[in-house]
Design a protein around this ligand. Structure first.
Ligand code: TDX
Length: 398
């Protein structure tokens, strides 16, 4: 049995000394029957536990690699390693991350998550060496790491090419190398837009027809996933979801921008005639859709995620104004977005009937009210990004 690596706090690999390694191995082998398992990765932050049942399943599948989490190991095994991953380790790693120039990393957000199950690695998705260190041994990778804002892609497309296309390519290569299940999070925007009076909705069979630099890079990344699935046989699924709303959304997006403008004493801004239609889904329903596909979906398939939430922008803005005690017309009309997609609408029949998924937040009005409440109560979370975002919009005449 060969212990490959040992990860500790913030994703920095810690090499065990030969002596620590010997002690660890002998403890492990005393406690467990590893059978034909040849390789072991021990990583903090992994939800896995090691027990006879898990080893029995792995042996039955002729697996040669297993990952375990030192936190969930027996105390005597931890003693053999000689180090424990503590809350302080995590806090220190977070401080280092911030000191290293990643001020956008929100410590409070991470601090609220179970410390023994979450490991934050801040890095560049295009960094193949980093991926080589952190990808091996995981059960699955869900790829959410995209540049996602249309207005930003219009002002400067280059980061979208790099993160969305090259980043996906790098992840796919890592997934191919280490044989890991992959789920690709994408958008309904790859299908282009629908006319306002068209009764049709997007389905898994709608041809790709992206309009913006952003959506064209997402379409390109979806194509890479399909090609890697067919050519190299990677185990991948894709989801294309409609517009998300809910807590923790960046203030550049439509709903949080308007809520935080009002909270800041500024007037909301509406593009064009306000008639563009978006199909709103609560972020928790998006997540449950992704989880359903990851755990039950057919490998090689695409599933659309949507909650039948079509509304035009002016309707949503008027709801926000009313809920926040403002006059119906207390907003500014601003320059339209170039190439502005008219309408998105998702038909999620496949996900619902084949995998039994249903959205939980079907009352948009109450979801919106909770979202307003969240932004009202969590000013410290969004305030650091607000001024720079509005400055960018101002330069664009929006
Ligand atoms: O201030 C604004 N005023 C306004 O009228 C902003 C920021 C937007 N809008 C309009 C443009 C769109 O019609 O509101 C609508 C929603 O805009 P965004 O929040 O920018 O979302 P959208 O462009 O529809 O794309 C979103 O949904 C699909 C996400 O940003 C994408 O990442 C996702 O793929």
């Amino acid at each position: 049995l060969n212990v490959k690596s040992f990860y500790m706090g913030g994703g920095t690999p810690t090499t065990l000394t030969a002596d620590q390694m010997d002690r660890l191995l002998s403890k492990l082998e005393q406690n467990f029957d590893f059978g034909n398992l040849a390789e072991l990765t021990i990583e903090a932050g992994r939800p896995d536990t090691i027990d006879e049942e898990k080893l029995r399943v792995l042996r039955a599948h002729n697996t040669t690699r297993v990952s375990i989490n030192p936190q969930t190991m027996e105390d005597n095994v931890l003693a053999a390693i000689g180090r424990r991953h503590t809350a302080d380790d995590i806090r220190r790693a977070m401080e280092q991350v911030r000191a290293a120039g990643f001020p956008h990393v929100n410590m409070d957000l991470i601090a609220g998550l179970p410390e023994d199950r979450v490991e934050l690695v801040v890095g560049d998705i295009c960094d193949a060496d980093l991926l080589d260190r952190i990808v091996p041994g995981h059960d699955a990778i869900v790829h959410y790491a995209a540049e996602s804002h249309n207005d930003n892609s219009i002002a400067d497309p280059e980061p979208f090419l790099r993160t969305n296309v090259e980043g996906t390519f790098r992840l796919l290569e890592a997934v191919r190398k280490y044989g890991i299940r992959y789920h690709h999070v994408s958008t309904d925007e790859v299908y282009g837009d629908l006319a306002l009076d068209d009764p049709a909705k997007f389905t898994e069979h709608t041809p790709y027809h992206p309009s913006s630099p952003y959506s064209s890079t997402k379409a390109a990344s979806d194509m890479l996933v399909r090609a890697w699935t067919r050519t190299y046989g990677i185990h991948a699924t894709i989801s294309n979801c409609s517009n998300n709303y809910g807590p923790f959304q960046h203030v550049e997006k439509f709903i949080p921008r308007q809520i935080t403008n009002i909270l800041d004493g500024q007037r909301p801004k509406l593009y064009g005639k306000g008639l563009n239609v978006r199909d709103w889904i609560h972020t928790e329903d998006h997540s449950s859709g992704v989880w359903t596909i990851l755990t039950k979906g057919r490998v090689g398939e695409t599933y659309l995620i949507g909650a039948d939430g079509e509304r035009n922008n002016i309707t949503v803005l008027r709801m926000i104004l009313k809920m926040m005690g403002q006059a119906e017309d207390a907003f500014d009309w601003v320059k339209d977005r170039p190439g502005h997609d008219r309408r998105y609408a998702i038909d999620s029949t496949r996900l619902r009937t084949e995998l039994g998924w249903t959205p939980r937040h079907t009352d948009f009005e109450s979801g919106l009210a909770q979202t307003i409440e969240w932004y009202t109560e969590n000013r410290a979370w969004w305030e650091p990004a607000k001024a720079a975002t509005e400055e960018r919009y101002k330069r664009q005449g929006q």
